[in-house]
Write a new protein. Structure first.
Length: 256
């Protein structure tokens, strides 16, 4: 039973790295929580420990996920912490904060770039060439977007045995953008060359996906303001998200 609970909790959380504690949590409480969480869940990485409005309950940030523990760190709660006075989910608010990166940290120079229309807006997509939902995103969604520059980062998943090789074949194609779109959206074949200097970018793309964006599945989309959206999104919905999640500089300009 213990192994089942441990596996279930780990599966719900993104793994990350260092531990940072908020000033409102005492050093002794943070140490106790960290010690016991590590004892019970050795593979769990703790990014931050925060206090909550609920006495004796603490928020644990792990990657882009949030859960709660008591002061001992031996008891965990997974779900929404609601503020009934304001009718808001504190968990959702915190998750929204965690599901955002600094767009400027994305190395767009290593991405496969696709410009549609005037390319005014910009998004990034972490995609697996052999992922069925990624293929549908290309065929059904990105093909219908207007005036957007898309930066693609290939992120082959281990569950697709040919994805890494196919990613390298795309990168080694004479025109990686055309090769990727043709393969994913139209079912066209790929060339045989999987060894080239450009193919070395795959490792960099995977590092960005793992460490900066913390991709846990594909497709993963980064909106213009750095907000992260996972999964297959219909074209109308994605267009609205792009419009509603512009960088602060653009929002300020539009208000003038």
């Amino acid at each position: 039973m213990k192994k089942l609970v441990q596996a279930s909790l780990i599966a719900c959380l993104s793994l990350s790295c260092a531990v940072a504690t908020a000033a409102s949590v005492s050093d002794s409480t943070a140490a106790t929580i960290t010690k016991n969480l590590k004892a019970n869940l050795p593979d769990l990485a703790i990014d931050k420990i925060e206090s909550t409005p609920l006495p004796g309950i603490y928020e644990i940030d792990s990657g882009r996920k949030v859960f709660y523990v008591d002061a001992s760190g031996n008891y965990a709660l997974i779900g929404n912490l609601l503020d009934l006075t304001t009718k808001t989910s504190l968990t959702e608010q915190r998750s929204n904060d965690l599901n955002q990166i600094d767009w400027k940290k994305l190395p767009t120079d290593i991405a496969i770039t696709r410009v549609k229309g005037n390319g005014t807006n910009k998004i990034a997509i972490f995609t697996d060439p052999d992922c069925p939902f990624c293929k549908r995103l290309e065929a059904e969604t990105t093909s219908k977007l207007k005036d957007v520059t898309i930066y693609y980062y290939l992120f082959p998943l281990a569950i697709h045995p040919n994805a890494a090789s196919d990613s390298k074949k795309i990168l080694c194609a004479e025109n990686p953008e055309s090769a990727m779109v043709g393969f994913m959206a139209h079912g066209q074949g790929l060339g045989k060359n999987a060894t080239c200097d450009n193919g070395k970018k795959l490792t960099q793309m995977q590092e960005i996906g793992t460490n900066l964006v913390q991709v846990t599945g594909t497709p993963t989309i980064v909106l213009p303001n750095g907000k992260i959206v996972s999964g297959l999104v219909p074209p109308d919905a994605l267009s609205r998200m792009i419009d509603q999640n512009q960088p602060e500089s653009v929002v300020t300009t539009l208000k003038k």
